[in-house]
Design a protein around this ligand. Structure first.
Ligand SMILES: [Zn+2]
Length: 415
């Protein structure tokens, strides 16, 4: 994956996450929030037909209020679907609409369309409920990484993938390795040699199976997990049977009781700690670098003001933003053409503001999400943006101690 694609998908994921957070806060009274998931293969016309059916069925709803709300939601969805041709965008789309409670007995109609999620939508869904159905999209956003899975003992082996949270068994093999009991008449030595040969052959076969599957994907793979009883998995790894580029990607070996397809799930369970570490590994490396610069170098910047200034100067190599940062930035212009920025909570009202430089009262010019604001500058300056999880200590520090915003510089600016 090229850097620009990674960035784009990071940004997209962020946009999705924000819309989902917003949708999750809403509750409808009764079952009147409509969620529709459209797969890439689904024709828009058939979705519209379904919406029309639901619309007529909704006329049977007894409560007038609910009936009106549901029909309004469906009508709003139909209006949105009008913008699409035969098929939805490449990865499908999700549409949400409904009358939400805004307090004091009032409701407001909300419609959100999430086009082209980071991964294709797997199954279509139509649901009318008191909450929007966001789990499939949430899973997709949590869905990080591609891991190769190998489980084996001397009798059988399975290889497959872990994509995000989904386990995909792909191939299996079983061996002709004889048991430990030799038949009468065979010399013990010869028996042992044949047995070792058979084991070696089987390991080669398993490695071949893994190589065929994983070598073509080696640049996308985040790690390989190997499971089995001892000493099989150790022999297999120590014997360097796997292609060397795959061997380098092995992040651990784990004890599992079964080596059939269910062994793949066992393996993922046993490896959960290693997988969690792996997920934040790149984030950890970025934060280590940031702290090293902060304490011993001069290529660290942090906080909204200095980081923004460096971004504008084009001196930021990587912009580090906490995944949990939720703030708006208000940009003010004063009559003396000074520009000021102030961060405010996303629910807070825009505060009164006096120009820091000349004291005159400026007019508000723009209020936007601070992450959108920074990324726009970063994109213009060729700066990469990295979203940093707060699920580890230094990631948490980025949010708590540095306002969720920092950067690693290309050169020192003294800002
Ligand atoms: Zn001013």
């Amino acid at each position: 994956m090229s850097t620009s694609q990674t960035e784009q998908s990071d940004r997209k994921k962020y946009e999705f996450r924000r819309v989902i957070e917003d949708l999750k806060e809403h509750e409808g009274s009764g079952t009147q929030l409509v969620s529709i998931y459209i797969t890439p293969e689904e024709q828009i016309s058939s979705v519209v037909a379904h919406v029309n059916e639901e619309y007529s069925e909704a006329s049977n709803i007894k409560s007038k209020q609910t009936r009106t709300n549901v029909q309004d939601a469906l009508k709003s969805i139909k209006d949105r679907l009008r913008y699409y041709d035969t098929f939805p965008p490449e990865n499908g789309m999700a549409v949400f609409s409904g009358a939400i409670d805004t307090g004091g007995g009032r409701t407001e109609m909300v419609t959100r369309v999430l086009e082209d999620p980071p991964q294709p939508i797997q199954s279509s869904l139509y649901r009318c409920s008191s909450e929007f159905v966001t789990e499939p999209l949430e899973e997709m956003l949590a869905d990080q990484g591609l891991f190769g899975l190998v489980v084996l003992d001397r009798r059988e082996a399975n290889v497959g993938w872990l994509r995000g949270k989904r386990i995909e068994p792909v191939k299996s093999a079983s061996s002709l390795v004889p048991g430990k009991q030799r038949k009468g008449g065979q010399s013990a030595q010869r028996f042992a040699r044949l047995r070792l040969e058979a084991i070696d052959n089987f390991y080669q076969e398993v490695a071949g199976m893994a190589d065929d599957l994983m070598v073509p994907e080696r640049h996308e793979i985040d790690g390989i997990l190997v499971g089995g009883p001892s000493p099989t998995k150790d022999e297999f790894l120590d014997g360097d049977y796997l292609h060397h580029e795959l061997q380098d990607k092995v992040i651990g070996k784990f004890d599992v009781a079964y080596t059939d397809e269910s062994g793949l799930s066992d393996l993922v369970d046993s490896a959960s700690d290693a997988l969690a570490d792996q997920e934040v590994m790149q984030d950890k490396a970025e934060m280590e670098e940031f702290f090293a610069e902060l304490h011993g170098g001069d290529l660290a910047t942090y906080g909204f003001g200095p980081t923004r200034e460096n971004l504008v100067l084009g001196s930021v190599d990587r912009l580090l933003i906490s995944e949990d940062l939720r703030e708006d930035v208000v940009s003010y212009d004063c009559p003396e053409s000074h520009t000021d920025h102030e961060l405010v909570g996303q629910r807070a009202e825009t505060p009164d503001h006096t120009c820091e430089q000349c004291g005159s009262e400026p007019v508000e010019v723009e209020r936007e999400d601070v992450i959108d604001h920074l990324i726009s500058i970063a994109e213009q300056r060729g700066t990469e943006t990295r979203f940093i999880s707060s699920d580890f200590e230094k990631g948490e520090q980025l949010l708590d101690a540095f306002g969720g915003i920092a950067g690693i510089l290309r050169y020192s600016t003294g800002v």
